[in-house]
Design a protein around this ligand. Structure first.
Ligand code: NDP
Length: 516
């Protein structure tokens, strides 16, 4: 494709300001859009990214099953070229004054804000999420850049005295070139959650989004160009995990990896990098998060909030958020009431008002359907879901799963143990607080937990015993970007957010100066 053709096609994407316009654009083109890698500050033609022009991946629209675009499956030699571009840019960017880096990243946040709706539209089309949900995530992507662009203007460092002998102080410098790898559930938000701090702290990067959802990452290249990010500071390459992702993380030129995705992939990345001891690894992995509902949270004054929070935690973004509460445990005395009210609320809010989108891919849809078949085989009770959803003609080939509420699922069933990562929730009764804690912690994962109670002492007593990196009490998904984000057990290692992100993207040396 000539550069003028690709420029024209890029501007067609930017010109879509409604979902209908974007859908018409997809329908009207005879061949799908082909995404291009963004390397050294410019988009590069597919033949420069590949060993052979046939190595393309097609991405499909979850709501309709239509092909939307193709992306290059970037091969190892082209991955290396992108890493070299990041390496060449590192000496200058790492020494660029904080104020200048800050101004450039602030500009990125402004440009994202100006194009908020376009990003939300393409995110919704590409991932399957509702437009409202996509808008929330674009807003969070904007905050990622505004937060870290100002964070670096107010940094402090620790100094200590050894009386009469020495003054010691901690000096931090950018850790080098990073691989930034993100999953398909919140594509723009999670990729920018890595890019913003990485660049703010003076590192350069090669980023790879999931092959399933690459569209908004593609548009980001244009934003970086317009914001004046110097060439090579951020490079965005496309491809699958096995080829492109593995070559990226394993490269000896990469100083650190910030990865969000599944636990098995996290294990594979650990293996690939095991002999590179100094490589920084931040792994944000899967979860199977518990929601604990105590009887005191079902009194009339707070019942509505309890049901709303538990439902939101289960079904927001089709349950495709690593922090979703997919195992609900309810105190026995209110169990029947909870199941009844929860089911009625989910039917009204998510099914009838159609506020759940399609799941991200056919492969993922089949995986979730497999768990639903297993639930039927194991004679679980379906309070909602289990049948194919009613679809219009346009959606018939899409990847739709109705919100599903299950009870009577055995403790050792795969449905109760595995991360399904879809709109499927189980509800189980418990007798007392100790049993609730034991059930909540009975998982290989430890990412998040939701605690619904009005008892102030219990909030701390239970909250502090839960094996989860994040505990929300009577709320869910509330975030402040400085708080440590990350999981325990098989949900990951390392924390990101504010100064914790600084730990990921910088190296620290201690200087000892004699006291004179
Ligand atoms: P995957 O682990 O399959 O993929 C994540 C990313 O890693 C993708 O870009 C993928 O590429 C890439 N990848 C796959 N294999 C390799 C490899 N060997 N080397 C390097 N990169 C590789 O996760 P999903 O995309 O399926 O996302 C869902 C998972 O993400 C869930 O488990 C969810 O809990 C977790 N998650 C965790 C979060 C957290 O903060 N803890 C937040 C959000 C999601 P490709 O897809 O192109 O193959």
């Amino acid at each position: 494709m000539s550069s003028s053709t690709s420029d024209r096609r890029l501007s067609e994407l930017w010109n879509c300001v409604t979902l209908d316009e974007a859908s018409s654009l997809i329908n009207s083109t005879s061949s799908p859009f082909s995404l291009q890698n963004f390397v050294g500050g410019q988009y590069i033609a597919p033949h420069d990214s590949l060993t052979s022009s046939s190595q393309h991946i097609t991405s499909f629209e979850p709501k309709t099953g239509r092909p939307i675009y193709t992306l290059p499956c970037t091969q190892p030699h082209a991955v290396e070229a992108a890493i070299k571009a990041a390496k060449a840019a590192f000496p200058s960017w790492s020494k660029t004054a904080r104020a200048e880096r800050s101004a450039i990243l602030w500009k990125v946040s402004e440009l994202l804000q100006q194009n908020r709706e376009v990003f939300a539209i393409w995110e919704s089309i590409d991932q399957g999420k509702t437009l409202d949900r996509a808008r929330v995530e674009v807003d969070r992507a904007i905050s990622n850049f505004s937060y870290f662009s100002t964070f670096i203007l107010h940094e402090q460092t620790a100094a200590r005295m050894v009386d009469g002998v020495a003054l010691t102080y901690e000096h931090r410098s950018p850790a080098g070139v990073f691989a930034l790898i993100s999953p398909w559930n919140m594509p723009l938000y999670l990729l920018t959650w890595k890019i913003a701090p990485c660049l703010a702290f003076g590192c350069t990067a090669v980023a790879k989004p999931s092959e399933v959802t690459s569209m908004t990452a593609f548009l980001l290249g244009d934003i970086f160009q317009k914001a004046g990010v110097p060439p090579g500071v951020i490079n965005i390459i496309f491809g699958d995990g096995a080829t492109t992702g593995a070559a990226l993380v394993a490269s000896p030129l990469i100083n650190g990896v910030s990865f969000t995705g599944g636990t098995q992939t996290g294990i594979a990345i650990r293996r690939l990098t095991a002999h590179q001891i100094g490589k920084h690894l931040s792994l944000e992995l899967g979860g199977k998060n518990p929601t604990l509902v105590f009887a005191d949270s079902m009194v009339p004054s707070v019942r509505e909030r309890t049901i709303r929070v538990a439902a939101m935690a289960a079904f927001e973004n089709q349950g495709e958020i690593c922090l979703c509460g997919s195992r609900i445990y309810v105190e026995k005395s209110v169990y029947n009431d909870f199941v009844r009210d929860f089911t009625a609320y989910v039917r009204e809010k998510y099914v009838l008002k159609q506020t759940v989108g399609a799941v991200a891919s056919l492969q993922h849809c089949d995986k979730i359907r497999g768990y639903l078949e297993l639930a039927a085989e194991q004679k679980a009770t379906f309070h909602l879901g289990g049948a194919p959803p009613t679809l219009n003609e346009d959606e018939a080939q899409g990847y739709w799963i109705e919100p599903t509420i299950l009870t009577d699922v055995a403790k050792n069933s795969a449905i109760q143990i595995d991360e399904i990562f879809g709109p499927v929730v189980t509800i189980t009764p418990f007798d007392n607080e100790q049993e609730a804690i034991q059930l909540a912690n009975d998982s290989e994962y430890g990412l998040a937990a939701i605690l619904l109670t009005t008892d102030g002492a219990r909030m701390r007593r239970v909250g502090e015993q839960l094996e989860a990196g994040l505990v929300w009490v009577n709320c869910w998904l509330v975030r402040e970007l400085g708080t440590p984000f990350g999981g325990m057990k098989n949900s990951g290692t390392g924390r990101e957010g504010g100064e914790h992100s600084r730990d990921v993207f910088t190296v620290v040396r201690t200087l000892h100066l004699p006291a004179y």
